[in-house]
Design a protein around this ligand. Structure first.
Ligand SMILES: [Zn+2]
Length: 236
């Protein structure tokens, strides 16, 4: 190791001592070479393995609702769980690198399993313009960009928009939830993905209503096939 590299490492340790970088999932200080999530959390976060399983519980969630080719999620979304913490930090803590990081991580997993074989591009579930402006970013876009990079597939952002801001979806029956999101998306650019298989990316999938509504619009484009990937999904 060169003398200059040693100096950089020492300086890096010194900065970490003054301003410890913390794990976004457990708040423990990160050590050298750890990025955003500590090794212990990385091992602790349960993986669904859905990308290796046809007819997995996430795919089944959409049966009879909309035609989805394949669906997968990196981990489970559980109340008080680490995934919930990570998504919260990303969305409300404004930790944008976490979006690229998680997307990149899962993109690698998907690519190595051949999940991306015939995928043409990646799309993100859009936020309403006013919400994106307020938050400053769309967390799903960050995840989609991270995935695009490691999967080697382009991310395209001008295909679908959210025309209505939806209300919060908690404490509503399934039927109401569907009513709530129906017709809130609109495809603005059809030519680019005609006859193509696209990967629709969201941060978290709970009831699946958002994906369902978004997919319903995309499937209006001739020959389009839709697959879905998320960082986390509710088990039920
Ligand atoms: Zn941790």
């Amino acid at each position: 190791m060169s003398r200059w590299n040693k100096i950089i490492l020492i300086a890096d340790d010194f900065v970490s001592l003054l301003f410890p970088r913390l794990c976004q999932a457990c708040n423990e200080p990160l050590v050298r070479n750890e990025k955003l999530i500590c090794t212990s959390c990385m091992m602790d976060i349960p993986r669904t393995g859905y990308h290796l399983q046809r007819d997995n519980p996430l795919e089944k969630k959409f049966y009879g609702r909309c035609y989805i080719q394949k669906a997968a999620a990196w981990t489970y979304y559980r109340q008080g769980g680490k995934a919930q913490k990570l998504i919260y930090r990303l969305k409300y803590g404004g930790i944008r690198p976490l979006g690229h990081f998680l997307g990149g991580l899962y993109g690698n997993v998907l690519k190595s399993s051949g999940f991306n074989e015939d995928l043409y591009c990646i799309l993100a579930v859009p936020l309403h313009r006013s919400k994106e402006k307020k938050r400053g970013f769309n967390q799903s876009t960050l995840i989609a960009e991270g995935m695009a990079k490691t999967m080697g597939i382009p991310y395209i952002n001008n295909i679908i928009i959210r025309t209505k801001a939806s209300e919060t979806q908690t404490n509503k029956h399934r039927y109401d939830r569907w009513e709530n999101v129906e017709g809130i998306f609109s495809v603005i650019n059809t030519a680019d993905i005609k006859d193509k298989h696209v990967l629709l990316v969201d941060d978290v999938i709970t009831t699946g209503s958002t994906i369902e509504a978004c997919t319903a619009e995309l499937l209006k484009i001739k020959g389009v096939k839709v697959s879905v990937a998320a960082i986390a999904t509710a088990e039920k």
